[in-house]
Design a protein around this ligand. Structure first.
Ligand code: SIN
Ligand code: MN
Length: 281
């Protein structure tokens, strides 16, 4: 999939691109069928909600689950990002966010690149966030909200919030959000399972809690340009990856056929990947 000039200009202007129904229902089923078994595991990669047992986010499934390892190499996702950065990519972060019906907690307003720069010493904002919907996202189940154009302001001042949710986050203050929304407004791309969003590492984003009876499981990948790899290993390796091997794409039908993929963490997370301080994003 190649992005045309209009799409590239739109990304520059707004900081995100939305691709409704990019993956078919059959392709998405292969992934959703795998999620309950991943969430049932008791391993450090599963971070649970503050209020109970529901999984808020699962990290690094592409290293121990074959369907997600294939998704990480999917050309429909990897190629447009490679086109934007003009070089090979590696997976900086991989997560499956649960946002479970009734229990799924909010994500405060934040930018991702601030954390990548401050904690991981990533040189530039040349890592792309990708969201892939495994459930339909509608106005009730906590859609991701963006402030269009906010990525153009670079890294904004942030406060470290360790109390609102179970996962600490560098968050943007209310006055700044008010000012940014006054100029850019808020959008929340909604659509069927299989939709994809690409969004800039400096785009300010958030989502509310999920009081609806519908789960909102989404996969989030951060794909970093290889030359822009992180320089410091302060956070655990399962949150901020330390393997900068370029992604090799599989064929376009890779979610529907059993192409062989490496699963190096299938037997457990290597001890040296567990060291570090748990911080977001
Ligand atoms: C969300 O799942 O709504 C937001 C996740 C993130 O910002 O990483
Ligand atoms: Mn984020």
């Amino acid at each position: 999939m190649k992005l045309d000039q209009d799409r590239l200009a739109q990304f520059d202007r707004e900081g995100y691109l939305f691709f409704p129904s990019l993956f078919s229902a059959d392709e998405i089923r292969v992934l959703t069928d795998e999620v309950p078994a991943l969430y049932a595991q008791h391993r450090p990669e599963n971070v649970r909600e503050k209020t109970g047992d529901a999984v808020r986010t699962n990290f690094a499934a592409h290293l121990y689950s074959a369907p997600f390892a294939r998704l990480a190499r999917h050309p429909r996702m990897v190629e447009p990002v490679r086109q934007i950065f003009g070089e090979d990519l590696y997976v900086h972060q991989f997560k499956i966010n649960g946002k479970r019906a009734f229990d799924g907690d909010l994500w405060q307003w934040h930018q991702d690149y601030g954390t990548w720069r401050n904690d991981d010493l990533m040189p530039e904002a040349r890592a792309m966030n990708v969201a892939i919907f495994l459930d339909e996202v509608n106005e009730f189940n906590g859609p991701l909200m963006f402030i269009p154009g906010s990525h153009r302001l670079g890294v904004l001042e942030a406060e470290h919030d360790t109390s609102t949710t179970s996962y600490p986050l560098w968050t943007i203050g209310h006055d700044t959000v008010r000012r940014l929304v006054a100029r850019g407004g808020i959008v929340a791309p909604k659509g069927p399972a299989g939709s994809m969003i690409l969004f800039h590492g400096c785009l300010v984003h958030a989502s509310t809690s999920n009081l609806s009876p519908w789960n909102r499981v989404s996969v989030y990948l951060s794909l970093c340009a290889v030359s822009n790899h992180i320089r410091r290993f302060k956070r655990p390796g399962y949150i901020a990856h330390r393997d900068f091997t370029p992604l090799q794409c599989l064929p376009d039908d890779c979610l529907l056929r059993d192409y062989e993929v490496p699963l190096p963490w299938k037997g457990g997370t290597p001890a040296d990947e567990l060291q570090g301080t748990l911080r977001a994003a």
